[in-house]
Ligand binder design. Structure first.
Ligand code: FAD
Length: 319
């Protein structure tokens, strides 16, 4: 197998990866980036991004990510198509295999592989994705001001997102599959006391209605079997996210869901020279700007790690 030796490898091409790339290339680390199956990351599947600073009139997700890529390339980042298929972080340098056929030895690895929202799996949900269907209330709630929306989920995230939407929307229907929520007591209480949230217990989504935009949601009570239509222009799915971190399991410390654990306030993982940023290590904020901020941290941490390595090397040589 062909082996390439580099200083800095960036895995993933979302806001975190590209920001790391901009900083790492400007610091002279000659980073190589593998984009994975979704070049540009999650924002390439959305339309308007209205909350990223610096774009007063908003920008579409794909256009914004093209700008990120152009900026990273301007400073010399080697951006490549390819998927990291396995890693070996037991020794040093770190070994990474791309597309099962090329091996890279990297002194530093920046993991920015993101996370994917979980969906219900309905055809209508996918068809209307970005046209009223969303998995992020903080990102898209603003577009539904003073309108009626439906949100699905029963955990803390669903409770939090329902409360967030309640501040913007006229009415929020919260669909809970069982007769109780998984959310913490305090979050449940908050949801139950907000006057414009109506919780529909034992309720499942049958179909999101509408051709070009969400016009309503057909729901079924799974106890009585009764089906009803809720009039709504927004449909939010808040049933969890899955971080794209399976290939690192056994090497990097993760929580039960698979989010990489970093040392508080840094991008350091439990493996020296491996740094994590963006949604792959963030189960709380999950925003483009926070991902970008943590990408900057990862590049600075990698730069410091390489500088310390160089000093160590010089001391050994002069001893
Ligand atoms: C529909 C939608 C709308 C959103 N709207 C907004 C918004 O308006 N404002 C906002 O701030 N946030 C928004 N978000 C959230 C935002 O997109 C994420 O917080 C952000 O993209 C996270 O960036 P990231 O770099 O961590 O990861 P991601 O953007 O998820 O990128 C991950 C990258 O890793 C790559 N990858 C994964 N596995 C591998 C592998 N094995 N090898 C190589 N590469 C790999 C992928 O191909 C991808 O390029 C939205 C999200 C969605 C889904």
């Amino acid at each position: 197998m062909e082996i390439e030796k580099i200083d800095c490898l960036i895995i993933g091409s979302g806001p975190a990866g590209y920001t790391a790339a901009i900083y790492a290339s400007r610091a002279g680390l000659n980073p190589v980036m593998y984009q994975g199956i979704q070049p540009g990351g999650q924002l390439t599947i959305t339309t308007e991004v209205d909350n990223y600073p610096g774009y007063p009139d908003g920008i579409t997700g794909p256009e914004m990510m093209q700008n990120f890529e152009a900026q990273a390339k301007r400073f010399g980042t080697d951006v490549r198509y390819g998927m990291v298929t396995s890693v070996d972080f037991t020794g040093f340098p770190h070994k990474v295999v791309v597309d099962g056929q090329k091996e890279i030895e990297a002194k530093t690895v920046i993991v920015s592989t993101g996370a994917s929202a979980k969906w219900l799996g309905l055809e209508s949900e996918q068809r209307l994705n970005g046209k009223g269907v969303s998995a992020c209330a903080v990102c898209d709630g603003f577009f539904f001001r003073n309108q009626d929306v439906v949100i699905v989920g029963a955990g803390d995230t669903a409770a939090e997102e329902a409360s967030y939407l309640a501040k913007l929307c006229r009415k929020v229907y919260l669909l809970v599959r069982r007769d109780e929520m998984r959310a913490s007591k305090i979050m449940q209480k908050r949801v139950e006391t907000l006057p414009n949230i109506e919780i529909l217990w034992n309720t499942e989504t049958v179909e999101v209605l509408g051709e070009e935009a969400v016009e309503g949601v057909k729901v079924r009570n799974n106890v009585s079997g009764e089906e009803t239509v809720l009039e709504a222009t927004g449909f939010f799915v808040a049933i969890g996210h899955k971080p794209n971190t399976d290939i690192f399991s056994g090497y990097l410390d993760m929580d039960a869901t698979g989010y990489i654990q970093t040392v508080k306030g840094t991008s350091l993982t439990n493996v020296k020279g491996v740094f994590a940023c963006g949604d792959a290590q963030d189960n709380i904020y999950r925003q483009a700007v926070t991902a970008a901020g943590s990408g900057c941290m990862a590049a600075l941490d990698a730069e410091r790690f390489l500088a310390a390595l160089e000093v160590e090397h010089e001391i050994i040589q002069t001893a």
